[in-house]
Design a protein around this ligand. Structure first.
Ligand SMILES: *Cc1c(COP(=O)(O)O)cnc(C)c1O
Length: 317
């Protein structure tokens, strides 16, 4: 299912466009909806009856997996690191979908997942596990599809994207875009703005996913091509996952363009993109920002106190 690309406006001296993954038409969208969809094709083809997945208590992946299981009449268990949080809209949606939730400390994740799978098998279920972030060949493939949509847009409109920016966490989405670029020979630069990891670890993860995808296809990229194509920028990660305050960027982008971003992923990456362009004196280019957001985190991060967020024009009346 294709998501639209629209022209946003001029920012940091460049023409910025947005690939609206937040409109991916399932459960308020986001990159995780695109990534989870092909896993459910495997679940159906393999006759599994329960989807198990893993994420934080605010996980977009858990939300969409729970919803995809529910609409198919499958059971779902979401293993989440952290503690129950009634403020998490994604978690509330997981529960609305009827999924079971198992909480564990992050260090106990692997053990909790394998215990959960074992307990389900004991009850004669056939569980299918979707890894955190949707990482794997299937997840990467979903974003090869996203790259193909971007390429088709460039062909159709003649807009040449010199840069494609996106928030990068596990690197699943980025690896798919990079594979798409390598397979098509496109010349745009794909820049993953780290939302958590430091450069070396983040880049290695993207490269591993790229390698895994090519291996699964029985293909090899040209010598050094994958290494050259993976740009993983950690200068704007705010000191780690969930750290840093991007509410100003989120509020400004919403007020100016009515595009919803969040504080954890897309707001951080949008801010990082503008800094990256400014610091490298990149100007006059057409630049695509992939809004990986699911909409719930936008609402969750929306300030409750209206005085905090630029209500000055009305107060002046
Ligand atoms: C998971 C997620 C990301 C990170 O994507 P990866 O494929 O893990 O790199 C970015 N943005 C949003 C909104 C996400 O939910």
């Amino acid at each position: 299912m294709e998501t639209p690309i629209t022209f946003l406006g001029c920012e940091a001296g460049n023409r910025i466009y947005v690939k609206h993954e937040e409109f991916f038409p399932f459960s308020l969208g986001g990159s995780k909806a695109r990534i989870a969809a092909p896993y459910f094709e495997e679940i159906e083809a393999g006759g599994y009856d329960c989807a198990v997945t893993y994420g934080g208590v605010r996980s977009n992946l858990c939300r969409v997996v729970a919803a995809m299981a529910a609409v198919r009449g499958l059971k779902c268990v979401a293993v989440m690191h952290g503690e129950d949080d009634p403020g998490s809209l994604n978690l509330r949606m997981v529960r609305s979908s009827g999924a079971s939730v198992v909480f564990c400390p992050a260090q106990r994740a692997a053990a909790t997942i394998s215990d959960t799978l074992a307990a389900l098998r004991e009850k004669d279920c056939r569980p299918f596990f979707i890894p955190g972030g949707g990482q794997g060949v299937t997840g990467t493939h979903a974003y090869v599809g996203c790259f193909e949509e971007i390429e088709a847009y460039m062909r159709r409109t003649g807009v040449p994207f010199r840069f494609i920016f996106l928030p990068s966490g596990t690197g699943t989405a980025q690896s798919g875009l990079v594979c798409g670029k390598l397979l098509s020979g496109a010349s745009c630069e794909i820049v993953g703005i780290s939302i958590a990891r430091e450069a070396e670890r983040g880049r290695d993860a993207v490269l591993r996913s790229v390698g895994g995808y090519f291996a699964a296809k029985g293909a090899v990229p040209a010598e050094g091509a994958a290494e050259r194509a993976v740009i993983f920028e950690d200068a704007y990660n705010g000191g780690g996952y969930g750290r840093g305050d991007y509410t100003e960027t989120v509020a400004r982008v919403y007020r100016r363009y009515a595009v919803p971003l969040d504080n954890t992923y897309t707001g951080k990456a949008f801010y990082g993109m503008l800094e990256y362009l400014k610091q490298r004196r990149i100007a006059g280019e057409s630049v695509l920002f992939v809004n990986t957001g699911g909409v719930p985190l936008f609402f969750e991060d929306l300030p409750l106190d209206r005085r905090k967020e630029g209500s000055a024009p009305c107060e002046a009346l």
